[in-house]
Design a protein around this ligand. Structure first.
Ligand SMILES: *Cc1c(COP(=O)(O)O)cnc(C)c1O
Length: 491
């Protein structure tokens, strides 16, 4: 009989098999460059390979790990590869990985303080540490009626803060006016904003997308926002929520927080600042100015899993008025009744999020902050920014290419210029699309695209933990070689 079946948590079995998986992953990281960065499999590849039915009898770990190697790995897009330049990276680290192991090992369900006091208090400590590291204004601190919480993703942060905003305003204007509530974002805001509004049942016709333009770098302009708000009020709507972005997904542009908050606050709206990617950069003094004005916002979030060496998923959210959040999300049951909660002295994080059950999330972030310290994390950010600058310099030196929007952080948006094709924007879009496909098909790098102002742009995003200068140089050479050969065929 398989010992796993006798005791699924046998300590010696755990030790032996745990080491086997760690060794497997160490080998994986060592050889990660041998795999095509973007998985090359066809739809159905795994559905056709794996047996239709489950195993009747226990199988040894060795057999299962062999299948991971042969069946699973080909279907993996290697986000931890140093040649991964797509989307925004998911920067993992050993420290975070080990923190996740502890989380899994303890496997507690920390819905309220009593269910695992350390899970709650470590999260509070880590959120206060991060608040200081980012130099967020004290109004977001627990000491001043605010506070921080870890969510999985930004989408959850949107949903919870939008819900709090709606409850707050409906208390003032009456529930019968719910259909008049309007939320605002720009045409550059991440699509998870729309998803969140949909989930909350906001009428799709009441989601305003303020248009942006290339001439103002795709920033959300306060004047455009105010014009739209005024129009809405005149038509009988009630403005409720604004999302401003620091580091938009498409081009990493930064909305002017101060002036936007000023407009929104004049109309009694909740402002959420979404800094999912670029928030991490703001731990460096030279980038912190991008958060200037955040004191006017009601809430702020960033994803430590994007650029702060923390494994997925880890969205850090702060609110100014924690009562607005908890009163809109709290529910109670006899089952959970306890002295600590009744004393009012503790935080019960179940009231800060969508779900009731929650993981001991803060361990990995705590491990990352302690293992790397502020200096180590700043060094990592600066290294990535420097690599992106180097890539930008190479693009700028080659007259066939052009940079479409200014680089703020570690993303370069570029394309082959229409002037070396036939001066036709449509053909340039087609050409650049094919160029990107051809580069990605090699499996040696992975980049993605965006379309801004009708222009197809290749997005080169540095941020994978293992990326070094040589990977950036190789990536540029690959782009150049493919562009050269495609241009030759044109003429
Ligand atoms: C990635 C990103 C998001 C979405 O984050 P999730 O955690 O996947 O929900 C939201 N906003 C911006 C600006 C992003 O870059």
């Amino acid at each position: 009989m398989n010992p796993n079946t006798m005791n699924p948590l046998d300590p010696e079995e755990f030790r032996k098999n745990g080491h086997m998986v760690i060794d497997f992953l160490a080998d994986y990281y060592q050889s990660i460059q041998n795999f095509p960065v973007r998985s090359q499999v066809k739809p159905g590849f795994l559905l056709e390979t794996l047996p239709d039915s489950f195993p009747l009898h226990p199988e040894p770990l060795e057999t299962i790990m062999n299948d991971v190697q042969t069946d699973i790995i080909p279907g993996i897009t290697h986000w931890q590869s140093p040649n991964f330049f797509a989307y925004f990276a998911s920067s993992g680290s050993t420290a975070s990985f080990l923190g996740e192991m502890l989380t899994n090992g303890f496997n507690v369900v920390g819905f309220n303080w009593e269910s695992s006091p350390a899970a709650t208090e470590l999260e509070m400590v880590v959120m206060e540490w991060l608040l200081k590291l980012l130099q967020l204004p004290p109004c977001f601190s627990f000491a001043n009626g605010g506070g921080g919480v870890l969510h999985g993703t930004t989408c959850e942060a949107f949903i919870c803060t939008m819900h709090a905003a709606r409850e707050k305003i409906l208390d003032q204007i009456g529930r019968q006016n719910a259909s008049k509530l309007v939320v605002y974002c720009s045409d550059q805001t991440h699509f998870s904003f729309q998803k969140s509004a949909k989930i909350l049942g906001i009428n799709p016709n009441n989601i305003r997308e303020v248009p942006t333009s290339k001439s103002s770098n795709f920033q959300l302009l306060p004047q455009s926002l105010e014009d739209m708000i005024k129009e809405d009020i005149e038509a009988g709507f009630v403005p409720m929520y604004l999302c401003a972005t620091v580091g938009t997904t498409s081009t990493t542009t930064v909305d002017p927080l101060g002036p936007l908050c000023e407009v929104a606050n004049a109309y009694n709206m909740w402002v959420h600042v979404d800094a999912a990617y670029a928030g991490s950069a703001c731990i460096c003094p030279e980038f912190r100015h991008f958060l200037n004005g955040v004191e006017g916002a009601s809430s702020f979030s960033f994803n430590a899993h994007k650029w702060l060496l923390t494994n997925l998923a880890c969205c850090c959210l702060w609110v100014k008025d924690r009562l607005a959040l908890t009163s809109s999300l709290s529910t109670n049951s006899v089952l959970l009744r306890n002295k600590a909660t009744e004393s009012g002295e503790v935080v019960d994080y179940k009231d800060w999020q969508i779900t009731l059950s929650r993981r001991f999330q803060s361990l990995k972030l705590w491990m990352v902050l302690r293992t790397h310290g502020a200096t180590g994390l700043r060094e990592m950010i600066r290294k990535h920014v420097k690599l992106a600058k180097e890539f930008q310099r190479l693009v700028a030196m080659d007259a066939r290419f052009e940079i479409l929007v200014p680089r703020y952080f570690s993303v370069v948006c570029f394309r082959v210029s229409p002037s070396v094709i036939n001066d036709d924007e449509g053909d340039a879009n087609e050409f650049n699309k094919k160029l990107l496909q051809s580069v990605n098909a090699t499996g040696r790098v992975y980049m993605t695209q965006t379309i801004v102002g009708g222009i197809f742009v290749i997005r080169f995003a540095v941020g994978a933990t293992l990326t070094e200068e040589k990977h950036v140089l190789k990536a540029w050479k690959l782009v150049c070689d493919h562009a050269t050969s495609m241009l030759c065929k044109l003429n």
